[in-house]
Design a protein around this ligand. Structure first.
Ligand code: 2HG
Ligand code: ZN
Length: 472
């Protein structure tokens, strides 16, 4: 069969010079992921200005059999927004579609286009006296379309849920170029299959999310941030339980960090210091928040910490006294990713287990990796309150980074074996992308993967939407 004619001339006249880039220097930043795991190639970078333009562009690509890789802030941890090396796909950037179309403090909803940066959405909500609670390290770059497509989690999931729980409606360009107008802002709507949820977490393999109705919440007026040294991971979990038993609604984040992870962060990130007199093997960061200005969160903190210190579960703790100190305590946690990047090569394992089994996960996975590779540096940290720990492994000191990365899959398998025994998941919040497709058969094979494939075939029969991602 003869090749279809190139869609580029038609795309050029549709999108104009600002909407179609083909120069190598313009494409370069979009061709690699920020972790530098993947380097792809592409025919062009499309930057449509609105949904109608995007829909027409998708229609043209579909007719020509051109694959499409959607891209938001390009902060994927798993190569989910990077094209393959064939050079036959186009990348669609949502960056120019960055309007907040509507914000309603009575409905407590915001209708935002896919290219709105998460931080911008937070700021817009705050300006209206509301809260958009999704929050994580990449929030200054990641975009609404991407966080929905990957069902991002983050630091406040324990209180407000994942991106999926923050979404009421969607607008989606489907693989044939038609538009699904599903921007409903209803709290109750039982009208058949919940189509919107099919696109959340699909990582752009079923269509392109172009706008979403997001849930807003009441803005917290009281906040306390606590950094605590704890006896072990079990004691950290015990502390979570104590806070939950006293006032579940006050917990906005409950994060775990290993002593080695905190040491590395203090060592490699300028301005980050340990706020306690002595180092410990394990730490917890607790963020308490309430919408009541008179909420006595300090009283709550003291009431919970006193017996935990008496029993020896908490060794020491500090409560932030100012906004600057709150930010400084959070920085210790948030700079873990950057510190690990600076320490050389590392392998990420974004895994989850039932909350009760987190201490066992931390202990057993770290031990198993140490056995696999002497000198390897386990740096588990993350969202203990959600059962989601980033069991990251930093290369042995002085080792060759390339040789270390060549063993990535052995290391991931080693962690995943423990995760499986603890009834967990091999990908908790970063998704599958292209990094973990080979794990899908083993973990989600049988009926589950068969249904996923049927959905893919029904919506994208030509297999043009973000090929090579999610499905093996
Ligand atoms: C976080 O929780 C992110 O900070 C990144 O999910 C985790 O660097 C990582 O592995
Ligand atoms: Zn995380």
């Amino acid at each position: 069969m003869a090749d279809s004619p190139s869609p580029l001339p038609a795309l050029a006249s549709l999108l104009g010079p600002a909407g179609l880039l083909t120069d190598a220097s313009d494409l370069a930043p979009a061709l690699a992921d920020w972790r530098s795991l993947y380097q792809g190639r592409a025919l062009a970078l499309l930057r449509p200005a609105n949904t109608a333009e995007l829909a027409e562009a998708v229609r043209l690509c579909a007719a020509a059999g051109i694959a499409i890789v959607p891209q938001g802030g390009n902060t994927s941890m798993v190569g989910g927004a990077t094209p393959d090396g064939s050079g036959r796909a186009v990348i669609v950037s949502l960056a120019r579609m960055n309007r907040i179309r509507d914000l309603d403090p009575m409905d407590m909803t915001m209708t935002a286009e896919a290219g709105v940066v998460v931080k911008t959405a937070q700021e817009a909500a705050a300006a209206a006296g509301c809260l958009f609670p999704l929050s994580f390290g990449g929030e200054g770059t990641a975009m609404i379309g991407g966080v929905l497509s990957t069902n991002a989690g983050g630091n406040n999931t324990v209180r407000y849920g994942n991106a999926r729980e923050l979404m009421l409606g969607l607008e989606v360009v489907l693989p044939d170029g038609s538009i699904w107008h599903g921007l409903r802002r209803l709290r109750k709507d039982n009208t058949g299959y919940a189509l919107r949820h099919v696109f959340v977490g699909a990582e752009g393999t079923l269509g392109i999310i172009t706008a979403a109705v997001l849930k807003l919440f009441a803005r917290p007026r009281a906040n306390e941030v606590i950094f605590a040294a704890v006896r072990d991971a079990e004691a950290a979990l015990g502390l979570f339980r104590r806070f939950r038993d006293n006032d579940e609604s006050a917990i906005r984040a409950f994060e775990y960090m290993s002593g080695d992870g905190v040491d590395l962060t203090v060592q490699l990130i300028p301005g980050v210091t340990l706020p306690l007199a002595e180092r410990a093997g394990h730490y917890a960061l607790i963020d308490l928040a309430s919408t009541r200005p008179d909420a006595d969160l300090r009283g709550l903190a003291e009431q919970v910490l006193a017996p935990a210190m008496e029993s020896g579960e908490v060794l020491d703790a500090v409560l932030a006294e100012s906004e600057a100190q709150r930010a400084a305590l959070w920085r210790i946690r948030e700079e873990h990713t950057e510190a690990q990047r600076k320490a050389g090569a590392s392998v990420k394992n974004d895994v989850s287990v039932p909350v009760s089994r987190v201490p066992e996960l931390i202990e057993r996975a770290s031990e198993a990796c140490r056995k696999l590779m002497p000198g390897i540096r386990p740096m588990p940290f993350g969202h203990m309150g959600d059962g989601n720990i980033h069991v990251n492994l930093v290369q042995p000191e002085g080792a060759d980074p390339t040789a270390f990365l060549a063993r990535s899959h052995d290391i991931m398998d080693c962690v995943n074996e423990v995760v499986r025994e603890l009834d967990g998941s091999f990908s908790a919040e970063h998704g599958i992308g292209q990094l973990k497709t080979d794990m899908m058969e083993e973990w989600r094979g049988g009926a589950e993967l068969a249904v996923m494939r049927q959905i893919k075939a029904a919506l994208d029969p030509k297999g043009l939407m973000n090929p090579g991602k999610v499905l093996p």
